[in-house]
Ligand binder design. Sequence first.
Ligand SMILES: Cc1cc2nc3c(=O)[nH]c(=O)nc-3n(C[C@H](O)[C@H](O)[C@H](O)COP(=O)(O)OP(=O)(O)OC[C@H]3O[C@@H](n4cnc5c(N)ncnc54)[C@H](O)[C@@H]3O)c2cc1C
Length: 263
Amino acid sequence: MKIIVLVKQVPDTTEVQLDPKTGNLIREGIESIMNPDDRHAVEAAVGLKETLQARVTAVSMGPPQAVDVLSEAIGMGVDEGILLSDRAFAGADTWATSTTLGRAVEVIGDYGLVICGRQAIDGDTAQIGPQVADYLQIPHVSYVSGIEKVEADAVFVRRRLEDGFERIRCRMPALLTVIGELNVPRYPHVGRLIDACREKAPIKVWNVADLGLKTAEVGLEGSLTHVIKTFAPKFQRRSEILQGDARTVVSGLLDRLKEIRVI
Ligand SMILES: Cc1cc2nc3c(=O)[nH]c(=O)nc-3n(C[C@H](O)[C@H](O)[C@H](O)COP(=O)(O)OP(=O)(O)OC[C@H]3O[C@@H](n4cnc5c(N)ncnc54)[C@H](O)[C@@H]3O)c2cc1C
């Protein structure tokens, strides 16, 4: 069986800082890492590879430096990496990103499972997994916290709910988005990592032509949504110190709370 895992390179911070003038993400001085949920996706794929004799391909869309997350995935046991990198992919919203990733999965073909993280810590939309499944017209299960077994044509998973979990039998090929509860990701194997860093790793780079897509379908041009403005909300706290004896302060507080309709 073939398993495809989607991995994204993200800035190593959960507190994304915006340039107040341009509204762009401040990336200077911030290290890039593999998106945390994707490490669990890679672990799941590599774990299944060992029990099912599967072949695992990791796919990432991003600039040339995103090759680092593919090297890390190979260090963890993935067989090969494919980096989708082309200037035409720049400025993609989630729709264009899902079209690009979905098409790459289609070109790889003959897969049983596509595994991705639930959510990326920078974009934070959690839309890519379900949208890629929609592009491929395959079923998907989100918030997967356990993979119980894989049969010839179905996968049995646990799906996290707010106050419990569901057990689901899902027809394959299928897409799963996974959460941290699923497993403990292994550390990359040093030898494999060194090979990957010495460019010995089996990593291919595909551009828009390799995917057979038109530039109008990807990147900014292929995006259905456009960000008009990005800003961080400003919190303004007003404070007031009530003075006097306890009776005066408490009755003053009650008056204020009534004024702002809290009571
Ligand atoms: C309205 C809108 C406009 C945007 N405009 C721009 C823009 O102009 N320029 C820009 O750079 N970005 C833009 N983005 C952000 C960009 O679209 C997202 O970063 C990207 O689509 C992935 O979405 P996400 O980070 O929310 O991923 P999520 O849906 O939160 O990620 C879920 C999972 O999908 C997989 N995944 C996600 N992205 C990738 C990837 N690139 N490669 C491999 N796997 C992946 C991973 O497994 C990940 O864990 C825009 C987003 C929106 C919503």
